[in-house]
Write a protein that binds this ligand. Structure first.
Ligand SMILES: Nc1ncnc2c1ncn2[C@@H]1O[C@H](COP(=O)(O)OP(=O)(O)OP(=O)(O)O)[C@@H](O)[C@H]1O
Ligand SMILES: [Mg+2]
Length: 355
């Protein structure tokens, strides 16, 4: 760059000590990233001072946004997402926002009491209100991100200090349907896949991790979650359905990532509800050697790695509020060590990848 006051992507990367890819991600993910002052044929250029100020305030601490996703229901997606969020906050002392995008509200129900959930729903303090506002653009918006976030959540006694929740609502079922109809008719004034991204912009920098519990489908909600994700985790019970289903997830997420022009890499597959039987052993062996089903076929996509920690099937205990539970060890019982090990693996992958 001939002019010392102008910086291209490569110079910004040097200045911030990160890769060029990281700078491209910042440009696309953060509305507050400075706008280029010129778009030259050789690429965009930015004002040095503005960039330096932004990098100082950003501190190089990227918020890791992880979607937990499986198109098959009941495999332990929500349980795993909630446990990882609780352990990152409690044991790893990270600041966490869990976003529940599933109208079944299982993550919400496993982090706040039924009374609090009902009250937040009544007062429009859920993700449903955000989408409802977009469906009624002529009314004054009611959704307020600051009010919709519940602080210090968890069913363990007194909650967890650094764990926040953006709750879901059963009303999302109808809203998601209506949004998809409007989307199809092309009558949306703003991009309907950008609704969540725009809403969390004011708070994203407060968190080290945002954990998104996705519903078991690739509808508008899941796409809103993937749109802001820096990676995703696939919890899967190691059976024959998983063998088919995991490929579908990886294939669909990859295509969505290409559509929006942002990388959404898989962090890995978590074996859940694992039992000591031959079928589970065989599928885990295939996953370990990266030879699961269509992944092993010529021209198939590369299989994401299997996390070393596997979550055992445990005798189910109530996921709802239990005032007597004081620690995560008590809450997760014999699955605690595996869930905690998984949390450390996720942390290592994210924090190693940062630059
Ligand atoms: N390791 C486990 N051992 C035994 N039961 C489990 C385990 N993990 C989850 N469960 C139970 O399995 C059921 C489904 O779990 P969960 O809600 O986490 O799955 P999900 O994939 O998110 O399902 P959904 O499709 O409803 O979103 C719940 O009753 C949960 O308590
Ligand atoms: Mg779920």
């Amino acid at each position: 760059m001939s002019n010392d006051n102008l910086l291209g992507i490569a110079e910004i990367a040097d200045l911030a000590g990160v890769s060029k890819q990281a700078v491209s991600n910042w440009c696309m993910r953060y509305d507050h990233f400075p706008r280029p002052i010129q778009n030259l044929q050789s690429g965009s250029v930015w004002d040095r001072e503005k960039i330096a100020a932004w990098v100082r305030s950003f501190n190089g601490e990227e918020t890791h946004v992880l979607s937990f996703i499986n198109f098959n229901g009941g495999v332990g997606t929500t349980t795993t997402a909630v446990a990882v969020a609780e352990m990152l906050a409690q044991d790893e002392r990270k600041h966490i926002l869990l976003i529940d995008l599933d109208p079944q509200t299982n993550a919400t129900a496993s982090l706040i009491s039924e009374d609090q959930r009902a009250e937040m729903d009544r007062n429009g303090r859920t993700i449903a209100q955000l989408f409802e506002d977009r469906l009624n653009p002529h009314n004054a918006p009611k959704f307020d991100i600051e009010k919709a976030i519940a602080h210090q959540v968890s069913t363990i006694k007194d909650g967890i200090a650094r764990l926040d929740l953006l709750p879901s609502s059963i009303r999302l079922i109808e809203l998601e349907y209506r949004i998809s109809m409007i989307e199809r008719s092309g009558n949306f004034t703003a991009n309907p896949l950008d609704i969540l991204r725009a809403a969390i912009q004011p708070v994203i920098d407060r968190y080290d991790y945002i954990i998104i519990d996705c519903p078991p489908s690739l509808g508008t909600m899941t796409k809103n979650g993937l749109r802001i994700s820096t990676g995703y985790v696939i919890p899967a019970t190691p059976n024959l359905v998983a063998t088919l289903g995991i490929y579908l997830i990886v294939d669909n997420v990859e295509r969505f990532a290409q559509d929006i022009g942002l990388p959404i890499p898989p962090l890995g597959i978590v074996a859940t509800k694992v039992q000591a039987n031959n079928l589970h052993r065989q599928v885990i062996a295939d996953l370990t050697t990266k030879r699961l089903g269509r992944f092993s076929e010529p021209g198939g996509l590369p299989q994401p790695s299997l996390f070393g920690n596997k979550i055992p099937q445990v005798v189910a205990r109530s996921a709802n509020v239990d005032a007597d539970i004081c620690t995560l060890k008590e809450k997760y019982g014999v699955a605690y060590d595996a869930l905690h090990g998984l949390t450390l693996e996720i942390r290592q992958l994210c924090e190693k990848k940062k630059h």
